[in-house]
Design a binder for this molecule. Structure first.
Ligand code: PAF
Length: 276
């Protein structure tokens, strides 16, 4: 496993390793969700690169950038069993040198949901992902369904800009009690960790209603909200039943629905979704 901190080192390594490349972009603090993407990348490509970079431009208004866990040594230990070929862990100076001034903006699809709550977030994501695609030039790139809007934004960007990369989406990995795995779960207090599976229960309640034949988004959203309101520690930011492609809120559901939500427990913000 080669650790490249500089783009020039990465390029020199890749030159010596011609073949198909899979890229798993991460911000580190790896968990089973990331590792399932790494495993899939390993199965589907000659070579696997994992980027580990906490990207400052996607932390709207600072967010939790400073306290975001940085655990490169542990992350590399976790990757070892999956025979990752290349770890790219650049500095901020390497990614955003002085006088950096070019950003990628995806328009409509970034406006609702996470985009509304975290202005500027997807501009940062689209910019860093474009840079990583240009730096690594992977054949395939792997993202988790847990960040459903991020996936939709990246797919939109790849289509719009004709980027020569296949986007592969891995299913959300969950703890035994249903909580979606996330690097941010470590911030939860013991009480909030106990309460946090309420997100999945709310999603499942709406899914069950959908499976019983409910096709009205205006009825599914209150189903999720009512479950969440049973948990006093949960502060709901939004619940959504949206079109999976445009992310616009749906009333009549004809071609599937993305159920999603953002909920705060203290200062920790959790998101989750189900795609039906
Ligand atoms: O999902 C993440 O961890 C980040 O948004 C990504 C895709 C690595 C870009 O910084």
């Amino acid at each position: 496993m080669f650790l490249a901190k500089r783009i020039s080192d990465l390029r020199a390594f890749q030159k010596q390793h011609p073949g198909t490349w899979g890229l798993v972009p991460t911000m580190g603090a790896l968990h089973e969700g990331h590792l399932s993407l790494v495993k899939r990348a390993r199965d589907e490509n000659n070579f696997v690169a994992v980027s580990v970079y906490v990207n400052p431009t996607q932390f709207a208004g600072g967010g939790d950038f400073d306290k975001y866990p940085r655990t490169l040594e542990r992350d590399m230990d976790l990757m070892k069993p999956f025979q990752v070929d290349l770890v790219f862990a650049p500095s901020n100076e390497e990614m955003y040198p002085p006088n950096f001034q070019t950003y990628v903006t995806v328009e409509e699809i970034t406006k609702p949901l996470e985009g509304a709550m975290r202005p500027g977030h997807f501009r940062g994501v689209a910019t860093i992902v474009t840079k990583l695609f240009n730096i690594v030039q992977p054949d395939r790139a792997y993202f988790g369904q847990k960040d459903a809007q991020q996936v939709a934004v990246i797919q939109q960007m790849v289509r719009d800009l004709n980027l020569p990369v296949e986007i592969v989406v891995g299913e959300t990995m969950r703890e035994a009690d249903g909580l979606a795995m996330s690097s941010r779960n470590v911030y939860l207090s013991a009480e909030d960790r106990n309460a946090a599976p309420i997100l999945y229960r709310a999603l499942c309640a709406a899914r069950d209603a959908y499976l019983r034949g409910e096709r009205d988004g205006a009825s599914l959203r209150p189903v999720m909200r009512e479950v969440l309101e049973q948990e006093p520690r949960a502060n709901v930011e939004y619940v959504s039943a949206a079109d999976p492609l445009t992310l616009q809120e749906l009333d009549e559901i004809k071609n599937g629905v993305l159920l999603s939500m953002a909920v705060r427990f203290g200062t920790t913000r959790l998101i989750d979704n189900l795609l039906l």
